[in-house]
Design a protein around this ligand. Sequence first.
Ligand code: AMP
Length: 503
Amino acid sequence: MTTFSDLGLSQKVLSAVTDAGYTIPTPIQAGAIPPALQRRDILGIAQTGTGKTASFVLPMLTLLEKGRARARMPRTLILEPTRELAAQVAENFEKYGKNHKLNIALLIGGVSFDEQDRKLERGADVLIATPGRLLDHCERGKLLMSGVEILVIDEADRMLDMGFIPDIERIAKLIPFTRQTLFFSATMPPEIQKLADRFLQNPERLEVSVRSSTATTVTQRFVATHGKDYEKRQTLRDLIKAQEELKNAIIFCNRKKDVADLFRSLDRHGFSVGALHGDMDQRSRMAMLANFKDGNIKLLVASDVAARGLDIPDVSHVFNFDVPIHAEDYVHRIGRTGRAGRSGAAFTLVTKRDTKFSDAIEKLIDKKVEWLDGDLDSLPPAAESEERERPRKGRGRERDKDRDRDRERDRDRPAASHKTDTRRDDTQGNAKGPDMGNEAVKADRQSENRQNQPVRNQRPANDDVRDRRNNNNRRYRRDDDDGPTPVGFGDDIPAFMLIAGKA
Ligand code: AMP
């Protein structure tokens, strides 16, 4: 069996890998590290969860030990589509590079330029960046990339979806042609293949199968439901409550507005829940993620853009509140569970309107997904199912009231005016969930003041997204989600959620 010491990595790197507790390289690591160390270009078809980050970080660290930087110029550049991914890669660099004295600059949007400028002025060996912010630094004349020897383009298909390919082409022109390029993508649509053909010279091609790795450990089920939002939310709540083995879960929505709505609904129903979408500011997103990773929040409602590629080990369940419009997103979503051979469960709510998309998923994964408790034809008529829930005593009646409130809100209120619902008033104090103490309540009240800002003052915080939309040349296809920033989860976030977060 191949071990890390067979791959040609330096002693410093091997010792950090041992300290991290890893002994056996994953297939992408075993395949990519030796040719990368020989300065070959790599085309890696692999998604997160396969160990692909270490497959480029470890050889880069070994190669950085050889040679020296020219006058404070960066020698390596890693491009990531989202800030979280960039931050995650930076963490990996620190973990595996703990025996190296390397300066790492994380160049991402949503944080001030000043600190990044200072890092660049001091000299950075390694740049980890999102494309928009990197170009901003170049345009401000703060960054010369003529010393870059290794370029990593990670999650290339995501870059394509997010409209970053023209940016990447511009960036590639700023880097010497003689560079080594390591290129990773979870899928290989024709546009990505063309890009790889342009960027890579005689690459070593490695493919890590996604299908078999998810199919064997994840139990997948479609769940038939009626299509109104309140009906779907009821189905979801029942489903969550029925899961005896649920440790934590990510719940995916197709649009950020739905992320915010579903979050509020679950929160009101007393679930331990947080939310993550692309318009939240960086600090809030990192804090939310830390809270989820630490187990302070059990359910995380997320959009694809926000959650793509996040390394959240050990998620027991994935719920697709919406069937993803792009079938590849299904594979990415359910790849959040069943990692490293663990078992996981993935449930997808399917309405009659979604059959086109659920069929596309089955075609892509090349197998039928079983229905939980019967398919769409066996659903009781909508009115009947509402009737079923009607007058009940005690908790049942409360649930009906909640559902009615949900329904009214859906019917009567325009999406962008849900502002007050994100706030909790004192009468809701005991609905804050078991984890919330007085401090949390106090922080919550403070946050209300901030949330009372007029809606027009709340701008999308994601610079990368904003830049992308401002630039007509940049493509923007995925997510169909350039609607308004959901109020209360855009520039701001209830303070109680940031408690115990490691921002
Ligand atoms: P990635 O695909 O890079 O996001 O990595 C997914 C997870 O696998 C991360 O939590 C890594 O720390 C972990 N990991 C990376 N390499 C190995 C390995 N050789 N053995 C076990 N776990 C690993």
